[in-house]
Design a protein around this ligand. Structure first.
Ligand SMILES: Nc1ncnc2c1ncn2[C@@H]1O[C@H](COP(=O)(O)OP(=O)(O)O)[C@@H](O)[C@H]1O
Ligand SMILES: [Mg+2]
Length: 368
């Protein structure tokens, strides 16, 4: 049995649904990121795992044991909350030492753990300081060190890197993950930052409106999104709407402009409304010679070239469709400029195709 099992958890607050039959199975030692927009139910999910919130129905299992009715203290799951409450009267060292002391671990061992946790968050020099003498980011790192020193096998991190400077946040991603692996922790890490989730997670659970809509490896979630929402939320995608011409090993979809584009295989009915999504990074451009574009799905005119550092984005205006973005490596920067005629294509198997959601595309793509 997996280490953490959430079985059809439901939770409402005054009739507002925060968890809607939420199920998830997390293996021993796995690092899972829960990714979703604000209000999706991420914090509620974590609070139900550690026992701070009781589900209206459904069960929580930790290590094969039904803990749904157990107290927070008896669960062996530590949560680092969004509001990282430190003890204001204790210095940094004693804050981190809190759990080892309570648990009565040998002093030498505890001291070593606390030192290595402070080292990992780069705050060894601040061991004597009080929390209110530290910046918000430093306080958050202390809270992280304190959670890591708790000795729990299950660590629940609610947006643990949120308050940190960009540079530090990115450095800490690797360190946090390798530390969790080294300590053989099972981690659930909540974030609304897709890059953080893609980089850190063994598996990503995409949550929306209190439901897990996809649970898979970062590559799976990025390349094989389960819904148009996931396609749009994880990474950047172009979204195209049209009517299915034929399906099978490849799906051909006709755009309102009459152009035909291809996506991966499906069993969609000919004539039905479909949504095609293709990551900007999978979108290829071919230059038109003498204004003729050969073999591309769509044709358009370059409107802007955005410089982003490692990558660039070429925005192409396609008549009857709108703007299509192609993410290209930096070295292509001088190849395109506004006004150029280009063709747009992609490998069909890299484009996802979905039945038009019954509630419409706009509702499907909403971020709340
Ligand atoms: N204690 C609470 N009382 C009332 N509503 C709550 C409470 N906790 C969460 N909610 C509501 O439940 C939904 C999910 O909240 P939350 O789990 O905090 O989402 P997230 O962490 O993904 O932003 C939100 O609409 C939020 O307003
Ligand atoms: Mg939250």
């Amino acid at each position: 049995m997996p280490e953490i099992v959430l079985d059809q958890l439901c939770k409402s607050f005054d009739g507002h649904v925060a968890a809607d039959s939420l199920s998830l199975r997390i293996a021993d030692g796995e690092y899972v990121c829960i990714l979703g927009p604000t209000g999706a139910g991420k914090t509620t999910c974590m609070r139900m795992v550690c026992g701070l919130t009781r589900p209206d129905s459904g069960r929580v299992y930790l290590d094969g044991r039904d803990v749904t009715d157990d107290s927070v203290d008896s669960r062996n799951a530590t949560m680092l909350s969004q509001t990282y409450a430190l003890f204001p009267h204790l210095n940094v060292y004693d804050n981190v030492m809190f759990a080892p002391r309570i648990k009565g671990w040998p002093e030498d061992n505890s001291r070593q753990i606390v030192r290595s946790m402070l080292h990992m968050v780069h705050l060894e020099q601040k061991a004597d300081w009080k929390p209110d003498e530290l910046s918000g980011g430093q306080q958050q790192r202390i809270a992280l060190a304190r959670a890591l020193a708790s000795g729990s096998k299950v660590l629940l991190l609610d947006e643990p890197l949120r308050a940190l400077d960009a540079r530090l946040r990115i450095n800490l991603r690797k360190e946090l993950r390798s530390l969790a692996k080294e300590m053989r922790l099972t981690c659930i890490h909540v974030t609304h930052d897709q890059d953080e989730a893609l980089e850190m997670a063994d598996k990503i659970a995409v949550i929306r409106k209190g439901r897990i809509i996809q649970f898979g490896t970062p590559r799976d979630v990025f390349e094989n999104p389960a819904t148009p929402f996931v396609a749009n939320f994880v990474g950047r995608s172009n979204t195209l709407v049209g009517k299915v011409v034929s399906s099978g090993d490849e799906t051909v979809v006709e755009m309102p402009s009459g152009a035909r584009i291809s996506a991966r295989g499906s069993d969609l009915q000919a004539g039905s409304d479909a949504v095609v999504t293709v990551k900007t990074g999978f979108t290829k451009l071919v230059r038109a010679s003498d204004d003729q574009v050969q073999g591309a799905f769509l044709e358009g005119t370059v409107e802007r070239v955005l410089y982003e550092g490692v990558t660039i984005t070429v925005e192409v205006r396609v008549d009857g469709i709108g703007l299509i973005s192609a993410g290209l490596p930096n070295r292509k920067y001088d190849d395109y400029s506004a006004g150029d005629r280009v063709g747009i294509s992609w490998i069909p198997s890299k484009a996802s195709v979905f039945r038009m959601p019954p509630e419409g595309l706009e509702e499907e793509m909403r971020l709340d």
